[in-house]
Write a protein that binds this ligand. Sequence first.
Ligand code: FAD
Length: 382
Amino acid sequence: MTHYLSADQEYLKETVRKFLSRNLDPYITDYERRGHFPFEIMKDIQPFGMVGGILDEAHGGMDLSFTEWTLLVEEAGYHWASLRAAVNNASGVSLLLRELGTKSQKQEYLEPVMKCERQGWVGITEPDHGSNVAGIETRAVKQGNSYIITGSKVFITFGQWADFGILVAKTFSDTCDGKLSLFIVDKDSSPYIIEPVETMILRSTGTALLSFDNVKVPSSSLLGREGEGLKSILSSLNKGRLNLAAGSVGYAQAALDKSIEYAKTRKQFNKLIGEFQLIQDKIVEMQIRTDASRALTYNAARALDEGKLSRVECSIAKLYATRAGFEVADMAMEVHGGIGYATDMGIERIFRDSKGAMIPEGTSNIQKLIIGRELLGISALL
Ligand SMILES: Cc1cc2nc3c(=O)[nH]c(=O)nc-3n(C[C@H](O)[C@H](O)[C@H](O)COP(=O)(O)OP(=O)(O)OC[C@H]3O[C@@H](n4cnc5c(N)ncnc54)[C@H](O)[C@@H]3O)c2cc1C
């Protein structure tokens, strides 16, 4: 299906695909087996604009449009979900720092993130609060020139390895009575407890449970204004949804390409399996779902490029593309038969990771409630 990309955009996609096919694909199975993420690749892909390319040049970005950034994320997803997640993390952290950071916060954190010299995490989810972001219980209490942080954050991507993170906490001070604020927590100056969390998906992203037991951070670590964290984090989740939609288009395209190749080489009953109508039916259904996901995802990116709020567009893209990505991966498993379960083939990895895409940045149920609220003007989100 044609999506009318410009010649430059097609060239960008193609160049990234060639680079990742050569420099990443042969090693992914080993990285996954070891739970290792090769951070050096972030520096290699930086010139394409994958890490914070949507930031302006003054902040180390490339002034890319969301449409161009979406193409890059799609390519990241095409090769490896853990790379897609790393791009999402770096972009989420850098956008928040660009929007809210002071000059010195930008120097200390944004600049090294843009140069791929430091990694950050974003900590919203807690053991008792996931979908209900406003309900989180981690507290930051002002004491003199510091805040004391108590609580825990779970499923934190790159939490095991990142140098610092952006944490959401209920804030208590003379001027703030429990509203959410964002804090930069630096592992070196404000140590916290890190425990690995093993997951079925994103096996190379150092997922962690982070515990903060009276961790002291200086007042200067407040990111943005006290009590205004919820708005910033919700806007950041919107872009995360676009990332997951784009990544899911990549997962689906990879599963489809592998299935077409397999259907044209695997023989049963003295025939190529691609000659069987039931296999062709699957391939066609996979193509349709991939195309529809891509159209909705590019539509959301275009809405962001036009400066629209884009909440519905991003939620629709995330809801549809993540679900379709999993359906396509499921069909790819069937086309491949037994060999689809062999880790070297990469199909079972896409199957796992595409299923997982339905959870972070708001589950599918939550996306439906966001879309329903806009359509009806009635909130079913409790
Ligand atoms: C691999 C991985 C990486 C992650 N990375 C990060 C990260 O870096 N930072 C971070 O902060 N978080 C991260 N998360 C957490 C993720 O964002 C949450 O898991 C997600 O928001 C859902 O929260 P929960 O798991 O607590 O589910 P819950 O909120 O407990 O939901 C459980 C079920 O109830 C449903 N539900 C909840 N509320 C409603 C409602 N009002 N109406 C209908 N249904 C409802 C949900 O849809 C879901 O089906 C990650 C998760 C995973 C798996």
